[in-house]
Design a protein around this ligand. Structure first.
Ligand code: UDP
Length: 233
């Protein structure tokens, strides 16, 4: 793959903590990304914010939904800065773009500039989601993957692909190597939220679901090894 869009959830950064960022976890993920950035693959990343704040959860507690979503988007910026800092400490060039203007924290997202940075071997972290409330970072990942002409959206999870049932609950669940968007819809397999899923389906953007907690999995995937499940039309 020449160019990938990696989607990491905010929750994955918590490690065993109940909230926030576990530095050990952060560094472990950064190391995996650093290894891949040494290859020729260009890397763009979208990180979620669920380890800090989610608008929907906030709304359930009485927060205004739009304010809550803005807080959630800020949370993704916090996580992105943490990841940038971890990558830089490993001598990996990394830049953070923000969907909402907030220089000097990061430059306002610019698609052409982001592509140029990736072509110059910089890891690009696109923070702030889509910049709009009522969306998720899954949708931001789908949007950026399409905009940046990524070869695939890599959905980092803690399971190694798409299963017939939740493998953490059902021992009989079997894993797919490949599955179509239509089959996922028919069987109600949830890969990304529906908005993000539709965006990928309509724009022919393959999604690869893989276990980012398994050491070397990202590298193996990029080297063309069969890792995780690929979802395509
Ligand atoms: N969010 C938003 N618009 C976006 C992306 C994210 O409003 O385009 C907000 C939303 O409140 C969401 C929060 O940011 O709950 C954190 O993102 P998400 O839940 O997608 O993070 P993840 O589950 O991947 O950690």
């Amino acid at each position: 793959m020449k160019r990938i869009l990696l989607k990491m959830s905010g929750e994955s950064l918590m490690g065993k903590q109940k909230t926030g960022i576990d530095p050990e976890m952060l560094n472990a993920f950064a190391k995996e990304i650093a290894d891949v950035s040494q290859q020729k693959t260009q890397v763009a990343i979208v990180v979620g914010g669920g380890n800090i704040f989610r608008g929907l959860k906030g709304a359930a507690q009485g927060f205004d939904r739009v304010k809550g979503d803005q807080m959630g988007m800020m949370a993704t910026v916090i996580n992105s800065l943490a990841l940038q800092s971890a990558l830089q400490s490993m001598n990996v060039k990394a830049r953070v773009y923000t969907a909402i203007r907030m220089e000097p924290v990061g430059n306002l997202y610019d698609r052409d500039e982001a592509i140029e940075a990736m072509e110059n071997n910089e890891v690009v972290i696109v923070s702030g989601g889509t910049g709009n409330p009522f969306f998720t970072t899954d949708t931001a990942a789908a949007l950026r993957a399409v905009e940046l002409n990524a070869d695939a959206l890599l959905k980092a999870t803690r399971v190694d692909g798409v299963y017939t049932a939740d493998p953490e609950k059902d021992p009989k669940a079997t894993r797919f190597d490949e599955i179509t968007f239509a089959e996922c819809l028919k069987n109600e397999y949830k890969i990304l939220d529906l908005t993000a899923f539709t965006m990928c389906k309509e724009n022919d953007m393959p999604i690869i679901v893989f276990n980012f907690h398994e050491q070397g999995s990202l590298n193996a995937l990029i080297s063309g090894k069969k890792v995780g499940t690929i979802v395509r039309n």
